[in-house]
Design a protein around this ligand. Structure first.
Ligand SMILES: C[S@@+](CC[C@H](N)C(=O)[O-])C[C@H]1O[C@@H](n2cnc3c(N)ncnc32)[C@H](O)[C@@H]1O
Length: 134
């Protein structure tokens, strides 16, 4: 069940898709540094689950790299935007709406790598953060 704080987080991200999309354009250093670390471990063909993937910057990059990507995010508006970007860029990935605390019951496949960049700092209770660890 969605608690009030998670509901507030969802509403915030549903309303700020473009701001979130543009964030990593404004903060290119963050994107480049994260990609540098991701590329140390993630190879073309790997299966990657991007929990809290938002508008999809990392999912798009990894799909273009040849990975089998699944984006999972609380915000339906972000997930729709990510799918539109994938279509526009001619890449494909699976994308689902859901709460990271329920990811175990919603996604049953196995992955080579899991990105969890977002949900942990939005979940205030330790017990909730533990549930978000697949
Ligand atoms: C700041 S954005 C980060 C987007 C991307 N991962 C990145 O690093 O640029 C945080 C994302 O986490 C998502 N998020 C927050 N709490 C979540 C939860 N409980 N379950 C799934 N996604 C969540 C938000 O909807 C938002 O898209």
């Amino acid at each position: 069940m969605m608690t009030d704080t998670v509901k507030i987080v969802k509403e915030f991200y549903d309303k700020s898709v473009v701001v979130e999309w543009e964030r990593l354009q404004r903060h290119q250093f963050e994107f480049e540094l994260t990609i540098r670390y991701i590329n140390r471990y993630v190879k073309p063909g790997d299966k990657v689950l991007d929990i809290g993937g938002g508008p999809g910057r990392y999912s798009l990059y990894l799909a273009a790299k040849g990975c089998d990507v699944t984006l999972f995010d609380l915000s339906s508006a972000n997930v729709e935007f990510a799918k539109e970007q994938a279509n526009a860029q001619g890449v494909s990935f699976k994308a689902f709406v859901g709460d990271a605390r329920e990811v175990d019951s919603l996604i049953s496949e196995q992955y080579d790598h899991i990105l969890l960049m977002g949900p942990l700092y939005h979940l205030l209770q330790e017990s909730d953060r533990v549930k978000a660890l697949p």
